[in-house]
Design a protein around this ligand. Structure first.
Ligand code: C2E
Ligand code: MG
Ligand code: MG
Ligand code: MG
Length: 287
């Protein structure tokens, strides 16, 4: 009896595993096709200067639309793209597509900057081409000055391959492309990274912003991050700002920039252009 119980448990476990692996493989196959067919698009979310209320930059957020599965969240497919190496092609696609859009907005007179999310793998040299070479080629191709491009990296990425990563980031930074540390406070990074790596901006993770008005501890944590950032001459962006109260709280603390649904959801390229045009009209009325 005990033996057949054991088998039953084994079978159940094994079926569950098969299911997950099956789904993973299916997603992976579809992702490969999607990369070939460019079944992706980019949404752009405005980042607002808290002292002037004007839009200074946008973050490029990748979307995948599968004909069968619908729109799939980057939290789901970016890890697969990283594991399979597809992120190299995908990362290049995002860079070029976003710079192409940026060049168009600049032509319309909107001199905003662009932030791109970058995975750890992209920092490693591929086929003799370094990441900073990829960036500088694309910047030249689309006629964009390096100061209009930022890259966002995460703390985990710094730990994974410290030496290679440091070298790449130094190259990127000497190009004139600023480096933002994303989701700050959620990784395992040591504060020493802030000293050793060429980082110029901290993005405070949205989980802290979410609970800052409910928990004293989180409010104090946000305060502490802002004070620390300021004393290290870093700029600060708050992510996930959803309410007027959160905006007021962060503005009082002297946070430099804010991003979140309160100001704008991520928009299509077209949507962003009308957002920019409408803000321009408001500004022209004021002048
Ligand atoms: P992230 O870089 O931290 O991006 C911010 C995420 O917060 C985005 O999720 C955005 O839609 C969401 N968000 C913005 N404002 C609010 C708000 O007020 N409230 C809440 N609850 N959420 C808000 P999204 O677009 O689903 O992207 C998830 C993650 O996927 C990104 O987190 C980034 O790590 C990754 N990702 C997106 N695009 C790319 C890409 O092109 N390359 C790489 N390597 N990663 C990417
Ligand atoms: Mg980001
Ligand atoms: Mg983030
Ligand atoms: Mg994130």
């Amino acid at each position: 009896q005990a033996k057949s119980d054991g088998r039953a448990h084994y079978k159940l476990f094994s079926e569950g595993m098969d299911q997950t692996i099956f789904e993973q493989i299916k997603l992976e196959q579809r992702l490969r096709k999607a990369v070939l067919h460019s079944d992706f698009y980019i949404n752009y979310q405005p980042i607002i200067d808290m002292s002037t209320g004007s839009i200074t930059s946008v973050e490029a957020l990748l979307r995948w639309r599968d004909p069968e599965l619908g729109v799939i969240s980057p939290d789901k497919f970016i890890p697969i793209a990283e594991e399979t190496g597809l992120i190299d092609a995908l990362g290049k696609w995002v860079l070029e597509q976003a710079l192409c859009d940026l060049a168009r907005w600049h032509k319309h007179g909107h001199k905003i900057s662009l932030a791109i999310n970058v995975s750890g793998r992209q920092c490693i040299n591929h086929q003799g081409e370094s990441f900073s070479q990829i960036l500088s080629k694309a910047l030249i191709q689309y006629g964009i000055a390096p100061r209009y491009l930022h890259i966002e990296i995460t703390e985990t990425m710094l730990i994974d391959d410290e030496v290679q990563c440091l070298q790449t980031l130094e190259e990127v930074s000497s190009l004139g492309v600023d480096i933002y540390l994303d989701d700050f406070g959620t990784g395992y990074s040591s504060l020493a990274y802030l000293k050793g790596f060429p980082i110029s901006v901290l993005k405070i993770d949205k989980s802290f912003i979410e609970s800052a008005l409910e928990s004293n501890k989180d409010a104090n944590l946000v305060k502490a991050i802002i004070i620390m950032g300021q004393s290290l001459q870093l700029k600060l962006v708050s992510e996930g700002v959803e309410t007027q109260q959160q905006w007021d709280f962060l503005q009082k603390l002297g946070c430099d920039y804010a991003q979140g649904y309160f100001m704008s959801r991520p928009l299509s390229g077209k949507g962003l252009l009308s957002y920019l045009e409408s803000k321009k009209e408001v500004m022209e009325l004021i002048e």
